[in-house]
Write a protein that binds this ligand. Sequence first.
Ligand code: ADP
Ligand code: DAR
Length: 396
Amino acid sequence: MISTLKVLIFVTRKWIRVYAVVCLVVLVYAMASLDVRKAAAMVDAATIEKLEAGFSKLQASDSKSLLKKYLTKEVFDALKNKKTSFGSTLLDCIQSGVENLDSGVGIYAPDAEAYTVFADLFDPIIEDYHNGFKKSDKHPAKNWGDVETLGNLDPAGEFVVSTRVRCGRSLEGYPFNPCLTEAQYKEMEEKVSTTLSGLEGELKGTFYPLTGMSKETQQQLIDDHFLFKEGDRFLQAANACRFWPSGRGIYHNENKTFLVWCNEEDHLRLISMQMGGDLKQVYKRLVTAVNDIEKRIPFSHDDRLGFLTFCPTNLGTTVRASVHIKLPKLAADKAKLEEIASKYHLQVRGTRGEHTEAEGGVYDISNKRRMGLTEYDAVKEMYDGIAELIKIEKSL
Ligand code: ADP
Ligand code: DAR
């Protein structure tokens, strides 16, 4: 009896020791994996150092960017240790604006989560750029409106050289440029090319990868305002040009009145354009195309921010409606032209868009804001504003 008891005690003690060792191993493993997860969630020292240096450079500069205006020390300290689940840091958001002090905005979202994780910086910039779209505001549902209510801005062809309406779209399930792998670029290009090959009628066209495109063809398309330019320093500094030209390309129909940019600044830019001022025809073509393509491929959309894009200036409707226009009398005083244009929420840019000069007196004038209003409102804002500018030009 006693010997049985002794054996029982011995075996029990043995199992307690084994159990204790197992618990210890599990605890050490759990702590180790917690450390790994914490380390992965933490921003590394080298990034923090670059952030501190970038913040000091920005503060010491006379930059007029929205980044400088809203990246206060308080916001900087609150955000510098944050990361998205894609591993994006505050540095990924602001590096373009730090490197290019002449940026107008200076910030991009490396992935969609960045708009939430770094909301303390994105929200005031969005509110400033999109004419008071507050963090408590919700972007309205997509509404292309009644295309028949628009018309031709310049039937006599005195002022408007060409008219263009574009929107941006991000493919669901993919982050933005800085987080994309080369394989994802190629996968997206294949998806887009296959999807667009199904378009019929006026929209029927061909996808042309940038890889393998002759420099002459590429330059001609850029010169004719059909293709995005290469080597944009703002996008390069934002890490948006990696693996170039992999995954980049352009789709267009025979007349080059419907075009799609693949993986330039955004995953997609859907573009309708033509010579002259017939905004109704240009807008109608874009609406038909977007409605058709949206049936074939899911796009990233946020309940509050609307359609998601790499740059916060393009969120919401993502619509830019623009004219290439000559207003010689008004443009004689550029500051005056910009002042009048801003009254109609219009943005005046050079012939080749952002950060370019007018060539031959041709300005790119478009709606500035894209959030807090519908697609139709954004285009109508341009339509009404340009009509006013032409009226003033005629009165001078
Ligand atoms: P972003 O909004 O990213 O600056 P855009 O959508 O404005 O880019 O596209 C800029 C390009 O589109 C420039 O190359 C510019 O020449 C061209 N573009 C813009 N508006 C017109 C227009 N009305 N006619 C012809 N080309 C245009
Ligand atoms: N060039 C950058 C971006 C401004 C908005 N234009 C875009 N997203 N294409 C700047 O901050 O000036």
